[in-house]
Ligand binder design. Sequence first.
Ligand code: ZN
Ligand code: ZN
Length: 590
Amino acid sequence: MSKIRVMDELLANKIAAGEVVEKCASVLKELVENAIDAEGNIIKINLEDGGLSKIEVIDNGIGMDEEDAKLAFLRHATSKIYKDDDLFFIETLGFRGEALASIASVAEVFMHTSQGEVGTCVHIKGGKLLEVSKDQAKKGTSITVTNLFYNTPARLKYLKSEITELNNCVSFLEKLALANPDIAFTLSNNEKVIVKTSGSGNLLKVIHEIYGLNVSSNMLEIKNSNDDFVISGFVSKPSILKKNRNHFHTFVNNRVVRNVEINRSINDAYDTYKHEGFYPIVVINIETDPTLVDVNIHPTKQDIKMSKMEDLTKLIYETIKDVLYKNLLIPSAIYEEEKNDIKDNFIDPRSLYHYEDSPKAKVLPPDDLPDAPIIQTRLDLNASVGDVKIIKNEEFKKLKFTPVGQVHGTYIIAENEDGMFIFDQHAVHERINYEMVTKKIQEQQVNIIPLLIPINIELNNSDYLALMENKSVLEELGFKIEDFGINTIIIKEHPSWLKEGFEEENIRSIIDLVISSAKGFNKDKFLDSMAKMVSCKMSVKANEHLSMEQMKKLLDDLVKCDNPYNCCHGRPSIMKYTNYELEKMFKRVM
Ligand code: ZN
Ligand code: ZN
């Protein structure tokens, strides 16, 4: 090879490095994925200073012979460490070969590898092979990367603070651990263990090892399939929510992937079960024929495209919605409180991660990182999951609540044989109205009521046009709208589900909503937003006195709802104190 060609290759590697290896986590990703492909089932990652000083990955996989070891860091290298029946093999093979070469071009790398007999040690720095020697014969591979970007002037451009790099590494490793429950992962930083999974093959156990007992005991299992996809995994009850989508863990054939449409379908499935801006913890593996996955993707980004995406997102949406519907979701007041106390005193290392959608990651010196919360070895998984009493939704519909009184004109206190309940009266009423209105809209059989005094609405030109464009949607609902001079409409009839006394207010808001959603108008979305808005407006407010009869009626109507646990915006409507919790609070039992 001529000198010029070597220079070219080095330059190409360095340029590629800027794209491929932009942070410690991308080095970690390459090395750990190689270790997984090498069929290791125990993988250890040792970081120093969040990976800035050192990234070391040790596996007990099949290892390489001397020939492969030398080739591993060459561009376009092919090697036995890649599984050739793998779905991502085709598109990542060349790329991953390049990724290793890229890493080696901007760092110092030591690799020890052995297939069990004689071992090989490779030392490479700045893309130059410095030494190949015989080494000890312990089966597996260990790769150590130090001095990352030492020869790149823009080093600082790529690497962030130690805590950010560490957070990214931990965050990604957790995804890999969830995608590979049968591999035992350990990640430590400066000799402090941060992530440790046992490789038991039990996904719920991995969830426990990563998120702790409170989360693992509040997960619901999902499993479903259609002609092309089999999905399985766990989703958190809406009582367990995070402030960003980083806890949507999605895998295709056990590879970590990311896809906006899949994320949206997960989020939509939780609609009205949770607050906007909060997200559940979701772990889903999608098994499918590799040919359905688009190969034109950038492997470092994890983004995928897929044919039949609509079928897949529908399957995910319906499966999650169904499992949420079928399970009792009344949060226990006591339990919430304890959980929050723990949260306040406990610095969850995950809360420090740098997330795309939370630009200001909390910064703490790394020494303050607590030991992983996962070392709760007293876990008996079956017991902990069994302890959580899951009542089917159908059973809930048979429950009876007897109101006892009202607090601050806002909360209803009620009782039954199981304990004491607190209801948010607005949330309760809003839920009842939302399901009523939604049903009426779906039935499409509308009763129309004429207005005694028709409502005149004057609009500006663009609003008028926007309204006229979607006028038919309102007419289908049962509104009678007529033109009345320049940019003025007159409403003469409305559907019967508008509450008496609130007609005008509601109609004006609905018109506003049509106008504001006119851009890229989506009928289903509009109808849902409208149902939510109208239900909110026609519901009892806080600071509104209710009689015992009114309270009784609200609670009787609530139990008939499909999702009695939240208002249509996802706020909780019920809190429960079980008899046992009450007795415990007052030390009647110890
Ligand atoms: Zn409301
Ligand atoms: Zn609400």
